[in-house]
Design a binder for this molecule. Structure first.
Ligand code: BGC
Length: 327
């Protein structure tokens, strides 16, 4: 925290801010975030996911510009830019190494250097699910928890694990890709090169694809949920299949990690209680009771903002993720 001394009587506490960006396969969400987790400014834009890495970098740069313009008008100087991105990010938090198949050409991209050059601010990157996890750990549903799993359901399925109060993603941060866990051995091809992956059957894109195949018409996730509430049998079938695959995936990881809490984020996690009731029912029928004895399945408390908050925390806490609990 900074203090500005303005003469004898006035000592003003200056809050610190950072820009947080959540890059997804469909949308780029951006926000100015204060150290205490307030979001005075936010916005979103479409991800040019099929236009190649340069187009995505330009879109990220314009998201930063929008935040900088707001900050300037508010006499705020952001400390830097934190980005949550799909894929495996190098341990120095600068480069997407690979594994982000939902964005074309998003491989071996030094996001930090490219954006620092364009924006003149320090940049740090992290996997998007890890960013969401950090947001929920510091400000949301996993506050005070030692063992937690985080799953984001969107264009893809991302995940992160907090084990004994430390973020864990495997050697060199190359693991914890629960979205690419096999749920159907003889299943369809997944964009990752494998087949039958959880992401291919339980992401929001999978739900949308399944609804279109069953009904012959297009609808996005929100519309499918609203059709479900109106008793539409096709929406009901597509969502039941979604819960079945997601629930089985979550049950498998509970059997492995026995977390205190599974935090589920992404747009669809804001669908409401009914969504979680159905999901918990599937998990409950499949999981080993003895492993799940202490596990709760809850929505991300920060909703769709968790990613931006966590991404900004990369800068505000100046943290390496494995030690984020110290901040
Ligand atoms: C990627 C993950 C990412 C997830 C959510 C998956 O396809 O492999 O790294 O976290 O999508 O964006």
């Amino acid at each position: 925290m900074d203090f500005a001394y303005l003469g004898r009587k006035s000592l003003i506490v200056m809050t610190e801010y950072a820009i947080g960006i959540d890059l997804g396969g469909t949308a780029i969400k951006y926000a100015v975030v204060s150290r205490s987790g307030e979001i005075p400014f936010e916005g979103s834009m479409q991800t040019p996911a099929t236009e190649g890495a340069d187009a995505v970098i330009s879109a990220l740069a314009s998201a930063v510009d929008a935040c900088k313009a707001w900050a300037e008008a508010s006499a705020i100087t952001p400390l830097g830019v934190g980005i949550g991105t799909p894929g495996i990010v190098s341990p120095d938090r600068r480069k997407v190494v690979g594994g982000a198949e939902n964005i074309e050409g998003w491989e071996n991209v030094d996001i930090a250097s490219k954006l620092e050059k364009r924006c003149g601010l320090r940049v740090a990157a992290s996997n998007d699910a890890n960013a969401m996890a950090i947001g929920e750990w510091i400000f949301g549903a996993a506050r005070g928890v030692q063992d937690a799993l985080f799953i984001t359901v969107g264009t893809g399925i991302g995940s992160a694990a907090l084990i004994n109060g430390q973020m864990w993603r495997g050697h060199e941060g190359r693991g914890m890709e629960v979205g690419h866990m096999t749920v159907k051995c003889d299943g369809e091809d997944c964009s990752c090169g494998g087949r039958g992956c959880l992401e291919h059957y339980a992401s929001t894109s999978a739900l949308v694809r399944r609804y279109a195949a069953l009904s012959g018409t297009e609808a996005d996730g929100r519309k499918i949920v609203s059709l479900y509430h109106k008793g539409d049998p096709v929406a009901s079938q597509a969502l039941s299949e979604h819960w079945m695959y997601l629930g089985h995936g979550i049950a498998s990881v509970i059997n492995i990690f026995a977390p205190e809490v599974v935090v589920v984020g992404g747009g669809i996690s804001e669908a409401g209680d009914f969504y979680f009731e159905r999901l918990r029912r599937v998990v409950g029928a499949q999981v080993m009771d003895v492993c799940a004895a202490n596990t709760q399945i809850v929505p991300a408390e920060l909703g769709n903002r968790a990613g931006c908050l966590g991404a900004a925390s990369l800068i505000l806490c100046d943290t390496n993720e494995s030690a984020v609990g110290e901040f």
